[in-house]
Design a protein around this ligand. Structure first.
Ligand SMILES: Nc1ncnc2c1ncn2[C@@H]1O[C@H](COP(=O)(O)OP(=O)(O)OP(=O)(O)O)[C@@H](O)[C@H]1O
Ligand SMILES: O=P(O)(O)OC[C@H]1O[C@H](OP(=O)(O)OP(=O)(O)O)[C@H](O)[C@@H]1O
Ligand SMILES: [Mg+2]
Length: 282
């Protein structure tokens, strides 16, 4: 049975569970449950603190896990990213009170408060900088005004927490994070159940990014129309009962669909319909 670690709480928990449901896996119904067995799919899910997930996967005690890229790096465990899951996006940044530290070069020698010492140490080593890293559990934005540190390094999503604490961002992000599927470094890649999970999650990602577009167009305009909707492999063309017209079906990026519909309409296409894709295997 494939054993998979899922965040039990926090920002990543609900979207991870939702994505697995969309991929056809059974998920816990009670948020207090710590384990959920999905017998038909031969998979067992373990609900763990996102910060601990890389440890369980890196040790080989669990086969796969969903966690944040920043948490994976912070753990320093021998686990690696297999797939970016495209949710839980955030940056990891330095911040300080305005006009105290204005450039990343000034970080050296300072006291840095963070709940991610592994990420910060790695960054300092890469830059050849030395600083005093103060490890805190959370609410690190308070550390400067309370006199524990000169600068903080933390997750920034909207920036509202920083603003509220009177801190400003210093320089470019230390890293860009999102939820990722991880496995142990050197784990065999021929595990059928793991490959199936990967294919299913990839299918969910594609189904979220694309929609199915269908329209009717005059056959003599087909080349120009399909140039706008080339699909992934190739668009499907079917004859219409109406002489000289064809029906076209193709996947298009959800973000582009309205622009493409306008252009198709201007070209003379009609009966332009968009439908969501619930699931797919490409
Ligand atoms: N707004 C956000 N706040 C915190 N973490 C976020 C945010 N957006 C994305 N993340 C990601 O979520 C992961 C941290 O999740 P974790 O559950 O440890 O903290 P949390 O969501 O702040 O929960 P809590 O602090 O309540 O335990 C990291 O990978 C982080 O990059
Ligand atoms: O940029 P924002 O949208 O404001 O989000 C980022 C903030 O949210 C998280 O804090 P959380 O509320 O989880 O508290 P914590 O620091 O105790 O984890 C994170 O640690 C940042 O402080
Ligand atoms: Mg938090």
């Amino acid at each position: 049975m494939l054993r998979i670690a899922i965040p039990n709480k926090g920002t990543l928990s609900a979207p991870a569970t939702q994505m697995l449901r969309e991929a056809g896996y059974r998920q816990r119904t009670d948020p207090k449950d710590l384990v959920c067995r999905d017998e038909p799919n031969d998979v067992e899910f373990f609900y763990l603190r996102p910060r601990d997930i890389a440890t369980y996967v890196g040790s080989g005690d669990l086969d796969l896990g969903i966690t944040g890229r920043d948490l994976l790096i912070d753990a320093g465990s021998p686990a690696e990213e297999v797939l970016d899951l495209n949710f839980g996006g955030a940056t990891f940044r330095f911040a300080a009170p305005p006009e105290t530290i204005t450039s990343p070069d000034e970080i050296g020698g300072r006291r840095i408060a963070t709940a991610y010492p592994g990420v910060v140490e790695r960054h300092l080593t890469e830059r050849g900088l030395k600083a005093d890293v103060v490890r805190l559990d959370g609410a690190v934005e308070n550390a400067v005004r309370l006199g524990v540190a000169d600068v903080v390094a933390d997750v920034v999503e909207t920036g509202a927490t920083l603003r509220q604490a009177g801190l400003v961002i210093i320089g470019e992000p230390i890293l860009r994070s999102s939820a990722v599927l991880i496995r142990r470094v050197g784990a065999p890649t021929n595990n059928q159940k793991a490959e199936q999970l990967l294919r299913r999650l990839h299918g969910v990602l594609v189904a979220r990014r694309y929609v199915m577009l269908a329209y009717d167009v005059r056959a003599d305009l087909l080349d120009r129309a399909t140039a706008l909707t080339p699909g992934i492999e190739s668009p499907t063309i079917s004859p219409l009962h109406r002489e000289g017209w064809v029906a076209v079906q193709a996947m298009v990026l959800r973000n582009d669909v309205h622009q493409i519909m306008d252009e198709l309409y201007d070209l003379g296409a009609r009966a332009i319909l968009v439908t969501a894709i619930d699931a797919c295997r490409l």
